[in-house]
Design a protein around this ligand. Structure first.
Ligand code: NAD
Ligand code: UD1
Length: 336
């Protein structure tokens, strides 16, 4: 298949491009570099030996989308492109609705014009809100706790409505839990701009000396060690989940939602210990109050992905932290 990856030079898109090429597919990447760097394309060539078919464009630009699809025979689209920071979404909701929701509608319209009706959508476990009924199954109630989460839930609903209107569409919304890790080459990885909002990139920057200490947001949760528990998944497992999902579109599944997680919870303290094992560096910590909007624990019921897609995460916590450390220590300032 030839697969178009919007947001293809981003963290998850770049790892998915590798997994798709390894599975024998051809990829076209589209990105506006709002949260990624052109250097990713050189690194992808180094890893795969393939020069990427790349299009610098904004996903809200219908003419650009038409140009990409008119020139190539696209079989399916994986739609990663969207801004993704919770705090920024509260400060700039219209930016999130314009790009996250508006960009998705423009993309789906362009796909329809070119009769490309197979799409995998990047959703998030954030659509479960603060549900404490664990593990989270796909039929758990959804709820929205910030504008970013609303964009994800709205796009899922748009895909469901689209399939209801025209059964020639096939759409799978993948609900990612907490993606971490990097390609084992150390050539590509997560490169957040500014202060990392997420745990693992923050720990990695402490370990490499860019930040003095990790602040643990709350150690009084009702969890075994008092710190927050999440379902961290290696980005290459996640990437392989996309390969399985895009190949499953050929079975004409209609519209479906599927969790991508490991089914295992890991606490903040356990993550710090795993990172110390991987790096050999002691991570200084400070404990602060809980971060507003955080829940105590979240992990997936990952059985639907195994049943429907034949996919299960296989990489361990120690592989996740070893791969993050290799990426961060070889690239202390990310792609810069
Ligand atoms: P990322 O920011 O690394 O990648 C997104 C890419 O999309 C970036 O390269 C960015 O430049 C590009 N982009 C953003 N807006 C665009 C636009 N309007 N036009 C063209 N390109 C645009 O993020 P990621 O972690 O790879 O996430 C990919 C997707 O997965 C996002 O939709 C995100 O919401 C979703 N997701 C991510 C996580 C996570 O923790 N990383 C969790 C759940 C869901
Ligand atoms: C965050 C997003 C969520 C998104 C998810 C995907 C927020 C509020 N939520 O959730 O919408 O779907 O990423 O990956 O940003 N922690 C610390 N210190 C830190 C950073 C985090 O103690 O400096 C703790 C958090 O309190 C939490 C755990 O580490 O218990 C994981 O945090 P994070 O990586 O931000 O992920 P989520 O909270 O799951």
């Amino acid at each position: 298949m030839r697969i178009l990856l919007t947001g293809g030079t981003g963290y998850i898109g770049s790892h998915t491009a590798i997994a798709l090429i390894e599975a024998g597919h051809q990829v076209t990447l589209l990105d506006n570099f709002s949260n990624s760097k052109p250097a990713v394309l050189d690194r992808l060539r180094e890893i795969t030996g393939v020069t990427m078919d790349f299009f610098e464009a904004d996903v809200t630009d219908e003419d650009a989308l038409d140009a990409v699809m008119a020139d190539r025979s696209i079989d399916a689209v994986i739609h990663f492109a969207a801004p993704k920071a919770v705090g920024e979404s509260i400060a700039r909701p219209l930016h999130y609705f314009e790009n996250g929701v508006g960009g998705t509608v423009k993309l789906l319209r362009a796909m329809d014009r070119h009769a490309v009706r197979n799409v995998v959508y990047s959703s998030s476990a954030t659509v479960y809100g603060l549900s404490e009924d664990l593990p989270l199954t796909e039929d758990a109630p959804t709820s929205v706790i910030n504008p970013y989460g609303r964009t994800k839930l709205m796009c899922e609903q748009i895909l469901g409505d689209l399939f209801a209107s025209d059964s020639s569409w096939n759409a799978i919304a993948l609900r990612y839990f907490n993606p971490v890790g990097a390609h084992p080459s150390g050539l590509i990885g997560e490169d957040p701009q500014g202060v990392p909002a997420n745990l693992v990139p923050f720990i990695a920057q402490v370990a490499v000396g860019r930040r003095p200490a990790l602040t643990i947001f709350g150690d009084d949760y009702p969890t075994p060690d008092g710190t927050g528990v999440r379902d961290y998944i290696h980005v290459l497992d996640l990437a392989e989940g996309h390969v399985a999902a895009v190949e499953h579109l050929a079975n004409k599944p209609g519209y479906d939602t599927i969790n991508l997680g490991t089914g295992q919870g890991v606490s903040v303290r356990e993550m710090v210990e795993a990172f110390e094992r991987a790096s050999g560096v002691a991570i200084p910590i400070e404990v602060a109050p809980r971060r507003p909007g955080d829940g105590p624990a979240s992990w997936a019921d990952a059985t639907k992905a195994a049943r429907v897609l034949g996919w299960t995460a296989t990489r361990t916590l120690d592989q996740m932290t070893a791969d993050v450390w290799r990426w961060q220590s070889h690239n202390p300032n990310g792609y810069d």
